[in-house]
Design a protein around this ligand. Structure first.
Ligand code: UD1
Length: 419
């Protein structure tokens, strides 16, 4: 099993390019099933989750090619309507294939999704929304069987602005007669990006970034070329890393507006931040001061995916910082690992109280994707050497992490030997 060996203590300096967004490319890859033609997607990060999504597309009958960061999907011949258990288990986001398979094939069979173990991650909101559109759903032996009955455009009200449920509803609604309104939709930038892709391929979708989305029942039919938006969580992770280690980094190809809440927290904690077009420069010249209370919220609130990386930075700050995780239960699984590195963190329910101090190198284990990123940050900010195991979690969502950090001056080595 692969692990990182990190010698802490070096400040980060230099330029780091931001990759395409994992959470954008995954639903867009699923959406390529719809047009029955070619989709050329630029800025596709080469991540484990992206490879899983490509494996699903190939299983369904699509031809998929990657050249550099461009992935081309030809969905002219889709022969299957199921996603096998092994592929579903690889990542939870595979549930996003449900809507497009239904819209394209009129039926779908999926097993219950996998992904990070960060508390119960039900898909009841997805299924309720699809039923409202006229999808007949049956669960049997851990599999979900769906049939696109008499699909009709209606008002779908989500009881919570779930990102995945919003995407699945959009992707099913394109096949419904009449128009659909999704009320209390998620407003994440990745949803607006999915809508941009769909519009280019001929669908009529309005309201990206708003809490009401309108979809007319018009299957996209055009070939399309699209560039995936920058990954705001990857950007936030590097910013937190520099805040924890000190130094000065510039992110290129970023979208500053999408990390507004993260920039505000880091700036209040004493970092100097400048944005210019697609660049973000962060300078951390002194120890961070305590952060303002960090409450994770649906976009445009503070992203739950940046909670763990920011917590790693808070472990090195002066004073006490308070975190409130409101999106996922059990998203503090990185805390015992940070504590092994000397962090002082008390968790009570959804609240974590972090008292900053010095960290020391240790042998720790990634528990999930963003928790793994937090351990990497803590190890770079710590005195001495750390060994971070189970880094396949990190491979799900960070492209060339060790290479990018090495270019910034970090002492990090990936080791693929058995542990
Ligand atoms: C997406 C992101 C993930 C991010 C999350 C929240 C992708 C591929 N992943 O995940 O990185 O952390 O948004 O910003 O885009 N819920 C239900 N029932 C449902 C669906 C969700 O109860 O049917 C709950 C979840 O358990 C969770 C909350 O709603 O507590 C948010 O989930 P959701 O917004 O759906 O996240 P994902 O789409 O899974």
């Amino acid at each position: 099993m692969a692990y990182y060996q990190i010698q802490g203590g070096a400040p980060l300096r230099g330029i780091v390019p931001v990759s395409g967004a994992k959470n954008s490319v995954l639903p867009i890859l699923a959406a390529t099933l719809l047009n029955g033609g070619r989709s050329i997607l630029h800025n596709c990060p080469d991540l484990r989750d992206v490879r899983s999504a490509i494996a699903i597309l190939r299983h369904l009958g699509c031809r998929v090619q990657r050249e550099g960061d461009t992935v081309t999907v030809d969905s002219s011949s889709v022969e299957r309507w199921d996603v096998p258990h092994e592929l579903m288990r690889e990542m939870r986001s595979s549930v996003i294939f449900l809507g497009p398979i239904l819209a394209r094939c009129g039926r779908a069979r999926l097993s219950l999704p996998g992904g990070c173990d960060i508390g119960p991650r039900p898909i009841d909101l997805h299924l309720k929304a699809l039923q409202k559109l006229g999808v007949e759903i049956r669960e049997e032996g851990g599999d979900i069987y769906c049939r696109a009955g008499d699909l009709r455009g209606v008002d779908v009200i989500l009881s919570f602005p779930s990102v995945g449920a919003t995407e699945n509803t959009i992707l099913t609604a394109v096949a419904c007669g009449g128009s659909t309104r999704i009320i209390n939709a998620a407003r994440e930038p990745e949803i607006a990006d999915l809508q941009d892709y769909l519009r280019k391929s001929g669908a009529e979708v309005a309201g990206g970034g708003e809490s009401v989305i309108r979809v007319s029942g018009e299957m996209p039919r055009r070939d399309v070329e699209h560039t995936i938006l920058p990954d705001r969580i990857e950007a936030a992770t590097y910013l937190c890393a520099c805040a924890a280690c000190g130094g000065e980094i510039t992110l290129t190809g970023a979208e500053p507006e999408h990390v507004g809440t993260v920039l505000q927290c880091l700036s209040e904690a004493g970092c100097m931040i400048q944005t210019a077009g697609r660049n973000i420069t962060l300078r951390a010249v002194r120890r961070l001061s305590g952060l303002p209370t960090v409450r994770t919220m649906p976009y445009p609130g503070f992203p739950t995916d940046a909670q763990a990386p920011l917590m790693a930075a808070a472990c090195t700050a002066e004073g006490t910082s308070v975190f409130l995780e409101t999106i996922f239960e059990n998203r503090y699984r990185h805390v015992p690992e940070l504590v092994r590195m000397g962090a002082q963190i008390r968790v009570s329910g959804r609240t974590a109280l972090v008292t900053g101090g010095a960290l020391c190198g240790a042998q720790v284990r990634c528990t999930d994707l963003r928790g793994g990123a937090a351990l990497v940050i803590a190890a770079m900010a710590a005195r001495g050497e750390s060994r971070i195991e189970d880094i396949t979690h990190v491979d799900r969502g960070y492209e060339h992490l060790a290479e990018k950090l090495t270019a910034l001056g970090a002492d990090i080595r990936r080791n693929n030997e058995d542990v």
